[in-house]
Structure formats: C-alpha cells, structure tokens
Design a protein around this ligand. Structure first.
Ligand SMILES: NC(=O)c1ccc[n+]([C@@H]2O[C@H](COP(=O)([O-])OP(=O)(O)OC[C@H]3O[C@@H](n4cnc5c(N)ncnc54)[C@H](O)[C@@H]3O)[C@@H](O)[C@H]2O)c1
Length: 425
C-alpha cells in the first residue's frame, strides 16, 4: 500500500468538480490535471478558469499542478481521481459514456498497486459493476489484487463562495479497509471540514444520489403546494414563512429545478431501481412535477396579462436570468429555457438578459442570444427568473422602468416583496 508521500495524483476531468480539487491538492503535492478538452487545458495553462470556480490567483497557488491532454503524462501517476460528467440521455437514462471512456484511458496506464477513485455522481453499483470491469479488461490486472478502487462524492455548489471543496465534509470509501483508510487520509490532507468514511463504495454512491433526490423531492412538494395556493389566491411565500417558524419545517422554496445535478441525479437512482425490478413512484412524480414548472410559470404570466387586457400575441417579455442558478455562469440544463420556449409558443417576443452568461455559449447551447442591455419602457411582461446579485441590487423601481406603462412583473425568486411584484410563484 502506498504511503501518503508516495502518492502521485491524477485528476481526470477538470470541470466544476475536478479543477477545484486538483488546485487544492496541487498546493501540496504533484498533480496531473488531465482533460480531453484541449481548449479547456489551454485556458487553464494560460491561468484562467472559465467556470469562475477558481480565481486566477488561486490557480497560481497550485504550484505543483500541471495540465495535460496527453496519456503519457498519466503513466507516472498511482492514484487517479475521476471527475467526468454523468449526464442523462434524451430518454432520461444514465449516459455512462464519459465515465467508461475515462476508465478506458486509466486502464491504459494502470499499474500494480494503483487506486482509482470515482467522484462523479452515479447510482449504487456503478463503480464496481460498470467501471471496474473496464479497468480490468483494458489493463489486464485483477481488481482488489493488483489494483483498487474508491468512491468519494463531491458536494460543491457552483457559485457558492462559502461552501467550497475544502469546507464541505467529504464522504470517502474504498474497495478494501486499507484502501478506504488511505483514501480517507488523502482527502483529510485538504478537507478542513473533515471526512466521513463510509462502510462501502455502494454506501458512498447511494449517499450522494439520495442527497440530491431528497432535495429534488422537497422542492417538488413545495412546487405542488404553490400550485394549490396559487389556485386559492393564497401567497405561498407568506405560508412558508409562517410554517417556517416551526423548528422542524424545512426551508425549501418553489422554483425551477435545472442544472446537471438535482434534476438529473434522481434518474440515476430510478434507472438502477427499475433494473432490479422496483418501479419508483414518488421520485418520478417529483421529477415530472418539477419538469413542468416552466410551462406553469408562463400560463400564470399569460393569465395575468390577459386580466390586464395586455395583448398576448406579439407581446414583448423580458426574462431576467438564463443560468440554472444565481451568481454563476453555468447554463447546463437550465429550465429558464422551458419558459422561453413556452413564451415563444404564445407568439410572445422574448428578450433574455443575463450579465453572467457567455453570449456564444447561450447561442451554441440553446440558439438564444441574450441582449446586452434590456430596453427601457419596452416590455409587457418581466420575469425575474434567476436571483443574481445584480438583479437583487437593481430593486423593484429600476426593474419596473423596463416595463411599459401597463405590464406584469413576475418574481419567481422572491427577490422583491409581495407588494413590489404582481405575481410570485
Ligand atoms: N458541478 C457540480 O455542482 C457538481 C457537484 C457535485 C457533483 N457533481 C458531479 O461531478 C461530475 C463532474 O461534474 P462537473 O460539473 O465537474 O462536469 P463538467 O462538465 O464541468 O466537467 C467535466 C470535465 O470532464 C472532461 N471530460 C469529459 N470526458 C472526459 C474523459 N473521458 N477524460 C477526461 N476528461 C473528460 C470534460 O472535458 C470537462 O472538462 C458529475 O458526475 C456531476 O454530476 C457536480
């Protein structure tokens, strides 16, 4: 078994999860940061992280981190941490392609005694049943005799400068008790919040996927409550504030559930459940409800416009915010797009304004070109879709100045008080 000072680390996949991790380790030990995206590696070598998770200064502090797209550079490494994407396909089924490809890459350079730690979010069993066989096949080595595995899920929250990789408690696990201990001590070197050593790889995998499933379902429940209260003309936020005075009432709010985690990971669990003959009901009901919120929001806006005799066909609506969450540039699986498409179905002209997004990426991913500045006095409807700090500091009066004399202001994120907006979720 390796000693801590003999470890030569590789991090495979330098996105939102992999880069901050490689940077932390790279402050203390030799790390090869590997990615197949040449442009990403070039930008990192030039000292800039386009995801904005790591500042240029922090990147400089990782003096022992080298970036590469070359397999040769992995040959010297003896612990590989895999942080590649785990998306779903068009049928909402897990797409393990990046995970399998990364495992193939590692299999090419795997040596006796090496350890492969997966961090990507998966279903219980994926590491040992899907990834390890690829490592064995490509390397010709035997699992738990020649090489070992581990699983340590990531809990970072893009855009959140308080909960960062080192300040979030980390779950670890390994394929033997000795490997589990080594992996745990490796992470303890950088995780100031401490670690939790799970009893098996499957336990660690299951823990991560249920964290996000629980969040998804809690939001689904609150979304359903919002649908009920809206029908009754009761202000949901006021209800949640009142109920929130009880010590064990959970502080969830209604909203769109986008991004590549909360709206995706539950499908990993439901897929696995179905493959073993259990057909989940509650988890999928929550997913369906959350996925329908974009259309619901537009139906609410249109009704409010009609009540004010605003002509809907050909109206102009401003959507403020495109990212899947506040204060970050991440556009992946943003459900604001559902709102924009639904508005277009009503023949409403939509301007999207988001100071955080790359115009090229929005164009490339969704065929949407956000406006550089919203027009003044131009809109029949305004939807505050993302709670970016910039929108918060604008205040209700400045936002309303963007609207025509008669307009509807819909505050999806409770950025404004009930009196300041016309509609809330
Ligand atoms: N972003 C988050 O907030 C977050 C939080 C917790 C867990 N996760 C999980 O972590 C994993 C990674 O997510 P992310 O947000 O960092 O993804 P990302 O898309 O930001 O980054 C993934 C990186 O992996 C690279 N890559 C893809 N295939 C590769 C391969 N075969 N070899 C080497 N590099 C490859 C991509 O080029 C990309 O740079 C996912 O499983 C995700 O569910 C993400």
């Amino acid at each position: 078994m390796h000693k801590l000072d003999e470890i030569r680390l590789a991090v495979i996949g330098l996105g939102y999860v992999g880069l901050p991790l490689a940077v932390e380790f790279g402050k203390y030990r030799t790390v090869v940061g590997f990615d197949i995206n040449q442009a990403r590696i070039e930008a990192l070598k030039a000292g800039h992280d386009a995801t904005l998770e790591v500042s240029d200064e922090e990147l400089k502090e990782a003096t022992q981190l080298r970036f590469s797209t070359q397999l040769n550079d992995l040959a010297e490494c003896n612990i590989f941490i895999v942080t590649v994407p785990t998306p779903i396909d068009g049928h909402k089924k897990p797409d393990l392609t990046p995970l399998i490809k990364a495992s193939q890459t590692i299999g090419e350079v795997l040596k006796k005694g090496d350890i492969v730690i997966y961090e990507s979010t998966v279903y219980p069993g994926a590491t040992e049943e899907d990834c390890v066989p690829v490592l064995e096949r490509i390397s010709g080595l035997k699992f738990n005799i020649d090489f070992f595995a581990g699983y340590s899920p990531e809990r970072i929250n893009p855009g959140d400068k308080e909960h960062r990789v080192t300040t979030i408690k980390k779950v670890t696990s390994g394929s033997t008790p000795e490997v589990a201990e080594l992996i745990d001590s490796l992470y303890r070197q950088i995780i100031t919040a401490g670690t939790h050593k799970a009893s098996s790889i499957k336990v660690a995998e299951a823990a991560k996927v249920i964290e996000n499933t629980q969040r998804d379902l809690n939001i689904a429940l609150i979304n359903e409550l919002a649908l009920i209260f809206n029908k009754m003309g009761i202000d949901t936020e006021a209800v949640l504030q009142a109920a929130g005075t009880k010590w064990n009432f959970l502080p969830f709010r209604p909203g769109l559930v986008g991004g590549h985690c909360i709206g995706v990971d539950p499908y990993y669990l439901t897929h696995k459940a179905e493959s073993i003959g259990y057909h989940p009901e509650i988890i999928l009901a929550g997913r369906r409800l959350n996925d329908s919120m974009g259309a619901y929001v537009v139906s609410q806006l249109v009704k409010a416009m009609l009540k004010r005799r605003i002509h809907v066909d050909g109206a102009r609506v401003l959507v403020m915010g495109l990212t899947f969450k506040e204060n970050c540039p991440d556009l992946r699986n943003t459900k604001v797009v559902d709102i924009i498409r639904e508005l277009a179905d009503y023949n409403i002209k939509v301007d999207v304004y988001d100071p955080w997004v790359s115009l090229e990426e929005a164009q490339h991913e969704y065929g949407i070109t956000p406006v550089a500045e919203p027009a003044n006095g131009a809109y029949d409807g305004i939807i505050l879709a993302v709670a970016h700090g910039q929108f918060n500091s604008l205040g209700a009066a400045s936002i309303r100045r963007l609207g025509k004399a008669e307009h509807v202001l819909y505050d999806l994120k409770y950025l404004l008080s009930a009196e300041e907006s016309d509609l809330r979720l």
